[in-house]
Design a binder for this molecule. Structure first.
Ligand code: ZN
Length: 570
């Protein structure tokens, strides 16, 4: 009986092919950025919190310090050293119009390291963004350019690797350039959702009503006189007449069932006719947050469900869709059984699909939502800049195209000085300015305010003419608070053969900057924000005798803590 299960679970055709050959991209210019087998643990455009993944994550065997190699001749065009995001990152510009990006690095070979440190000393800053001259750091294909690491926003050692079109900086799926990779497993479509085209609900709630579809039912059968439960597909869904579209949870695997990769090709057919065709091959950096429009943002916020909407929602301008007559929507207006086929394909052509049969019926299931609407709701238009005020102490500005559509949003003052803007189930595309007016007695501390949301997230502010303003990328409930507390410093190692290490922490606004001096000479330290650690070895041995060691740490609101200690070198 287990074959029945296999047959119905998912129809899978697995191939081991070269990536879809796409003449738009050169197929023989690049080699892999690491020696040996390249295992992908994160794919291009994978759905990540608030953004599409811009490249590939490549396994480094849990190690830091694996050699990273230039994928082609070129020159180092940019180096970023940051405590967040890409951490330590290197960019190489190639002759063929593409730039390769290597991120979360731990270190660099001497000539590149020398260039970075020279600039860090010149600027007296660890965090730097450098654009070397074209002929300064030329590299050859296969040349060692960095060592892998776990810096910045990385949650474990790996290489984050991207290929971008140099001119537009648009990230392109690196697997479209003929790189050799093992991927012989097809994606899995686990859950299918149905959306109804209820424009009133969309305007009032910010999303179309949706619900999960039950595709299988359990049946008890007898096997050798024993009762056994099996899953059988539901032959058809009876739906009320109306206009619908699909959504689906999809996971892709490369070589093992433990993989959790994204999928790049999605299609929906109605009775054999293609009604939705999505090819995720590149996008613009400015469209990074449109991820929140592409996915079902509400279900992500409510239950952490990563769902591909299989329709082009209002305000979605992503370049994933060539032709789509109906944007993925379909109408059920008869009582004939229609066959829908949802197809998911990875870049190597491994394909799987799910069949959903739908029949219209006057008594069929309705997909609807409670429409939350009261007098606090205000009709906000996406196409214009608008500033909204609540009382005389709070205002916010939604610039043009911050909203993906025209929605009814609520804003109100809560008990205390908390203000709620909109509906945190509704995504926005750009920062909105959120502003609080200071009272006369608050003015002297105008630079020390932060704006927080109810989850404790702090946004840095700017002061102007009585108001403090923060750029905020999500709706929610906000309040104003002060950060006058200095960061903390504790010395971990003081001069073990020229090595120093400190723990630094801040309570609210976060670490802004730090300066380390030995006898008033600035000395470079490395910063690992995840471990709250500042550490490093002085470039020259410290001479014998007494020396003053001084570390100054600032938070984002410029509260400053100084640690000073006299050390004796024998
Ligand atoms: Zn990554």
């Amino acid at each position: 009986m287990s074959n029945i299960l296999t047959i119905i679970a998912c129809f899978v055709f697995a191939f081991h092919l070269n990536a879809q050959t796409n003449s738009a991209y050169p197929q023989h210019d690049f080699v892999n950025p690491m020696a040996g087998k390249m295992e992908i643990i994160g794919t291009f455009c994978e759905l990540r919190p608030n953004h599409f993944h811009g490249g590939l994550d490549i396994r480094t065997g849990g190690e830091i310090g694996r050699p990273i190699l230039a994928i082609a001749d070129g020159f180092v065009s940019r180096i970023n050293i940051s405590s967040i995001g890409y951490g330590k990152a290197l960019y190489i510009t190639h002759k063929n119009g593409f730039t390769s990006v290597y991120a979360h690095l731990s270190d660099f070979p001497p000539e590149i390291k020398w260039y970075i440190e020279k600039n860090q000393y010149k600027l007296q800053k660890w965090e730097v963004e450098l654009y070397p001259e074209v002929d300064l750091l030329q590299v050859k294909q296969g040349q060692l350019v960095a060592y892998s690491g776990n810096t910045g926003g990385s949650q474990g050692p790996h290489l984050h690797f991207e290929i971008r079109e140099t001119k537009t900086e648009a990230p392109v799926n690196p697997l479209l350039f003929g790189l050799k990779m093992n991927d012989f497993m097809a994606p899995n479509i686990s859950n299918v959702y149905l959306y109804s085209y209820d424009t009133l609900a969309k305007r009032n709630n910010g999303h179309f009503p949706s619900d999960g579809l039950q595709l299988y039912t359990t049946q008890i059968i007898k096997v050798k006189k024993k009762k056994k439960k099996i899953l059988v597909p539901i032959s058809e869904q009876r739906l009320a007449f109306g206009k619908y579209a699909f959504g689906a949870n999809i996971k892709d695997f490369a070589t093992s069932a433990g993989d959790n990769n994204g999928v790049n090709y999605l299609q929906v057919y109605r009775d054999g006719e293609l009604i939705y065709d999505c090819k995720i091959e590149q996008f613009l950096f400015s469209q990074m947050r449109m991820h929140n429009n592409y996915i079902d943002y509400r279900r992500q916020k409510e239950g952490g469900i990563k769902m591909h909407k299989l329709f082009i929602d209002e305000g979605n301008t992503l370049p994933f869709y060539k032709t789509s007559k109906t944007n993925g929507w379909f109408v059920i207006n008869d009582t004939i059984k229609h066959e829908f086929k949802i197809v998911a394909k990875d870049v190597y052509g491994n394909t799987s699909y799910k069949i959903v049969n739908i029949r219209g019926s006057a008594t069929g299931r309705k997909i609807s939502d409670y429409i939350a609407y009261n007098k606090n709701h205000m009709h906000c238009k996406a196409s214009i800049d608008n500033t909204y005020t609540i009382g005389d102490k709070f205002k916010f500005t939604l610039a043009k195209n911050t909203l993906y559509g025209d929605y009814k949003l609520q804003f109100y003052k809560n008990y205390g000085e908390n203000y709620t803007i909109g509906n945190d189930m509704v995504p926005i595309d750009k920062r909105m300015d959120v502003s609080f007016k200071l009272r006369e007695d608050q003015m002297r501390l105008s630079s020390k305010f932060v704006i927080c949301n109810v989850y404790g997230k702090a946004y840095g502010t700017k002061y102007n003419n009585g108001w403090v303003t923060a750029g905020v990328k999500e709706f929610g409930t906000f309040y104003l608070t002060l950060d006058t507390i200095r960061p903390s410093i504790s010395a971990v190692v003081l001069n073990r053969r020229g090595y120093f290490a400190f723990h630094i922490n801040d309570n609210l606004s976060g670490i802004g900057d730090f300066d380390f001096y030995i006898d008033d000479t600035w000395v470079l330290l490395d910063y690992e924000s995840k471990a709250s650690l500042l550490f490093g070895t002085v470039p020259q041995p410290i001479s014998a005798g007494k020396h003053i060691v001084r570390l100054v740490v600032y938070d984002e609101r410029n509260n400053q803590r100084t640690f000073t200690k006299e050390i004796t070198v024998l």
